[in-house]
Design a protein around this ligand. Structure first.
Ligand code: C2O
Ligand code: CU
Length: 490
């Protein structure tokens, strides 16, 4: 049935191009994993930590000697990792050296809407933009990427993305691996392809959007990671535009999940797989033996990935990939035990829900039967009240759902309590076909009648097609006064 639906949705598009894919067993792991540099920052006289990001075009050699045209922040591909601490006031001086407008959105961050970097905060070529805000949320693995309406898939696929790590004292007191690039490793997973001329290209287009034929991690093809500590923390980010992954270890040992989008779980959860749709993050712990080698794989089945029909056929009927080989040194630094309790997560009291809203993800890339309109505020939320958002994927293919400004909790999935891996703080969820999710969330601190936040499918082609809506957060009794149009900043 799902195949039929996809055929209907894409009749006439002719967008599937069969091509070779590098699946399990075909990756040589012959290149050291690149680690994105930590972003430099300065603290000004007022105590503000200031970062600088410049969106720029350049060339990257994914293959030695073969230059590909790519985009990056402060470099030619991806961007530096920003690190900040709970309670800090930060500013990011963003400049746009591209020859087209873009934005920088801080995915997962609680911040005022005019600092959010969504489609209303466009930065023109040669212009700059300096959002500033207080870091007011727990330790977490966040990220940043462009969000220009209709162009997000293209800008992210060209390489504009980076990690944004938040720390706090509680997290540090746990003694988790925390030395960046040594035992605390960013793992930015993307699918991409190189043309015969060495240019980045989308090898296939399916209903999900553009798909590459191989995986790169932190921009590295065929990567291995050497570790010298017996305990390693991997921060997995699905920065792909369309593809979802189910991360697992090649020897079938459990994958130990310790944190989701918004921070640490109450306790580590051993899983067969960690499933991430585009935009989602997970922190996992890995304990290795001296000299051991193992491979992080994605064991997604095409049915769950929604890669049905010709796309799955070109991939040998599977959507499994080798991602990264981990090589443990012959002698390893000992690591302390990880405390059984990692965090305390207070539940919302459903009796406090003031407003229930429904969001139906429907065919033709609509939400509640509407396509994104930059001049229309779809929902008006009263600040500091508990909201229940009922998100129904009414289609026969997977989507995802992301809400700006907030970390939410999943109350139910088709009426049942969520499994432990989905019981923590989330800002993006994979929504399975014909499945309903009840989310609880509270928007705090920031109100603005004139500047909305976004909610949308994070399959970026869907988002670009209009699978996105806008909400304003206001004081009690206020209404949204947005007049429409895009605010350009110069
Ligand atoms: Cu990661 Cu609205 O985006
Ligand atoms: Cu979608």
């Amino acid at each position: 049935a799902a195949g039929g639906l996809v055929a209907v949705a894409f009749a006439g598009c002719g967008i599937v191009t069969p091509g070779p894919v590098s699946t399990v067993g075909e990756v040589d792991f012959d290149r050291p994993l690149a680690i994105p540099p930590l972003a430099d920052s300065t603290v000004d006289a007022a105590g503000t930590r200031v970062f600088t990001l410049d969106a720029q075009a350049g060339t990257t050699e994914f293959e030695p000697g073969e230059a590909s045209g790519t985009w990056g922040f402060n470099g030619s591909y991806l961007g530096p990792t920003l690190v900040a601490e709970l309670g800090e006031h930060i500013r990011v001086d963003v400049t746009n050296s591209l020859d087209e407008p873009t934005t920088v959105h801080w995915h997962g961050m609680h911040l005022p809407p005019e600092m959010d970097g969504g489609p209303h905060q466009m930065v023109a070529p040669d212009a700059s933009w300096s959002p500033e805000w207080d870091i007011d949320q727990q330790a977490a693995t966040l990220w940043y990427h462009p969000h220009p309406h209709g162009e997000t898939e293209d800008h992210v696929a060209r390489g504009l993305a980076g990690m944004f790590l938040l720390h706090d004292e509680h997290e540090r007191s746990l003694g988790l691996p925390g030395e960046y690039g040594v035992d605390d490793i960013p793992v930015i997973v993307q699918d991409t392809g190189l043309s015969a001329e060495g240019e980045l290209e989308t090898k296939q287009r399916g209903y999900a959007g553009g798909l590459g034929d191989e995986l790169i991690v932190n921009g590295t093809r065929s990567p291995y990671l050497e570790v010298g500590d017996e305990l390693v923390r991997l921060r997995l980010l699905n920065a792909s535009t369309a593809r979802s992954y189910a991360f697992a270890w090649s020897d079938d040992r459990p994958i130990e999940l310790i944190a989701t989008d918004g921070g640490l779980l109450e306790a580590s959860v051993p899983l067969d797989q960690v499933r991430l749709s585009p935009g989602e993050r997970a922190e996992v712990l890995l304990r290795v033996e001296p000299g051991e080698r193992l491979v992080l794989q994605s064991q997604m089945t095409p049915e769950i990935a929604g890669l049905v029909g010709p796309v799955a056929d070109t991939n040998g009927g599977s959507d499994a990939f080798d991602v990264l080989e981990v090589r443990a040194a012959d002698t390893l630094e000992a690591a302390p035990d990880v405390p059984a309790q990692l965090n305390t997560i207070a539940d919302f009291d459903e009796a406090d829900v003031v407003t229930t809203r429904r969001f139906e993800l429907s065919d033709s890339f609509e939400i509640n039967g509407e396509s994104m309109d930059m001049g229309r505020v779809d929902e008006t939320v009263t600040v500091d009240t508990l909201e229940r958002w009922v998100v129904e994927n009414a289609t026969q293919v997977p989507h995802s759902f992301h809400v700006h400004d907030v970390q939410f909790r999943i109350a139910t999935i088709d009426g049942e309590a969520p499994p432990p891996e989905l019981a923590g703080w989330k800002d993006t969820i994979f929504t399975e076909p014909e499945t309903e999710y009840e989310l609880l969330m509270r928007f705090e601190d920031y109100t603005d009648t004139d500047t909305p936040y976004m909610y949308h499918c994070h399959l970026l082609w869907h988002e670009d097609q209009g699978m996105m809506g806008q909400f304003a957060v206001v004081e009690p009794g206020q209404s949204a006064t947005m007049t429409g149009g895009t605010h350009h900043e110069h």
